[in-house]
Design a protein around this ligand. Structure first.
Ligand code: PMP
Length: 427
């Protein structure tokens, strides 16, 4: 049984007094799974340890960055080594060039790029750039797409908003929301209609090429290609938000996996190796609009932080073609085992997976858009989450977040997870 007695309970109580919901990001509050939140204080490979000393097999994976597993020695070593040089010095450092070039080598569509300190900032900046470069105001996004917490993106968004069943956020002005057009994910006809309705006014279409913030939804065949041709035909930009999918679904991200090249890409998570990070980049002619070369302003005191660059570079250097084969194989074994466990239990549940991103939906069929995903049985997920946690497996504390597997998740970890899942689904 999970024990929340002792040190963990005491710390959680202090956190509750200090932070809204006891947390510094909403999903950590475990609100939708009916359990007290965990207070985690250490990670090692595929495992994390709570403040009472209990270890869990972890599928949160730092919400994406931990593709090598936690506290990977090469990453830790690189960061420790970098600390001796005095953190951010307020000018460009060699490490920024190294990591920038490593990203570009994997994703050639980033002819030029900029680092930020979070995915939210990367998206905010890419949208400002799209508006500045096209002279247009409107942005098309997809229902359930999460692109960070910039005002204009908090419309019909996934992630924490889906978890808390919030359609949007208080404090976002009508003006900020008015310039965001929302259409259903996977629906190219709805995008065609939006271009017809708002002719000459759409600056960009932003999309998670694999939707991963209402649970995982792979792009339907031809969808990303349709977005590419529709934006091109209408003088708008295509932005792939690869904060999750970059270096996750393939070395070159979703754009490599699906063979569709966006004008702009946003990154985060893995490229920072677990340190705070974001990046955006794309066509050189577009990026030359960024200050000081052009009139679109964007900045950051700690952008390109040396510790982040060190962690990111060590992470990217550890990833090769074999890594993605391994992630795919681990994901496939997990998927097959979960499908079998679901079938044997007779439960209404389904699996969606792209590489090392997976969701078990309590829905008879894997959803094709956010509306379908949000109909999943949250209570069934909460019970499943609790049973898994009691068996020592930490899943994302929301039906609407992806499970992240890492290179540290081997056959033993998969088998332990499947054993726990068989029992949890049976109960
Ligand atoms: N875009 C996507 C696709 C994301 O999943 C997230 C965060 N999970 C963000 C943007 C925002 O990134 P951050 O939390 O670093 O601001």
């Amino acid at each position: 049984m999970t024990t929340t007695a002792g040190r963990q309970a005491e710390l959680i109580e202090r956190a509750q007094a200090l932070f809204p919901g006891g947390v510094n990001s909403p999903v950590r509050a475990f609100r939708s799974v009916g359990r007290p939140p965990l207070l985690l204080e250490a990670g090692d490979g595929p495992r994390v340890r709570d403040a009472d000393g209990r270890w869990y097999l972890d599928f949160i994976g730092s919400w994406g960055p931990a593709i090598l597993g936690h506290a990977d020695p090469a990453v830790v070593g690189a960061v420790v080594e970098a600390t001796g040089r005095g953190f951010a010095l307020g000018a460009t450092s060699p490490a920024e060039i190294e990591l920038g070039a490593a990203i570009q080598a994997a994703m050639p569509s980033l002819e030029r790029l900029r680092f930020t300190s979070s995915g939210t900032e990367a998206v905010m900046s890419a949208i400002r750039l799209a508006r500045g470069a096209t002279g247009r105001d409107l942005i098309v996004k997809f229902g359930g797409g999460y692109h960070g917490h910039a005002d204009a993106m908090l419309v019909d968004a996934g992630s924490g908003l889906a978890t808390l069943a919030m359609p949007g956020s208080a404090g976002v002005t009508e003006g900020a929301a008015r310039d965001t057009v929302v259409v259903p994910y996977g629906d190219a006809e709805a995008v065609t209609a939006a271009f017809a309705t708002h002719s000459g006014r759409i600056a960009a279409v932003i999309v998670e090429p694999v939707a991963a913030n209402v649970g995982v939804i792979p792009p339907p065949a031809g969808f990303l290609e349709a977005l590419r041709s529709l934006t091109e035909a209408n003088g708008a930009l295509l932005i792939f938000d690869e904060v999750i999918t970059g270096f996750r679904v393939a070395h070159g991200g979703a754009q490599a996996r699906y063979g569709v090249t966006p004008d702009l890409t946003t990154l985060g998570k893995i490229v920072g190796g677990g340190m705070p990070v974001g990046a955006y980049g794309g066509r050189a002619d577009l990026m030359s609009n960024i200050a000081p070369e052009g009139g679109v302003y964007q900045a950051g005191t700690l952008s390109g932080h040396p510790l982040t660059m060190a962690a990111g570079l060590a992470t990217l250097r550890a990833l090769d073609a074999g890594s993605y084969e391994q992630l795919e194989a681990t994901g496939a074994t997990l998927e097959a085992g979960l499908r079998e466990a679901i079938a044997r239990s007779g439960r209404e549940a389904s699996i969606a997976r792209v590489g090392s991103l997976l969701t078990l939906f309590f829905l008879a069929e894997a959803p094709r858009n956010a509306e379908a995903a949000l109909a999943a049985d949250r209570e069934a997920y909460a019970r499943f989450f609790g049973a898994m946690l009691d068996a020592g497996v930490l899943l994302p504390p929301s039906q609407f977040e992806a499970w992240f597997t890492s290179l540290a998740h081997g056959p033993r970890e998969v088998e332990a997870t499947l054993n726990a899942a068989r029992a949890a689904l049976r109960a």
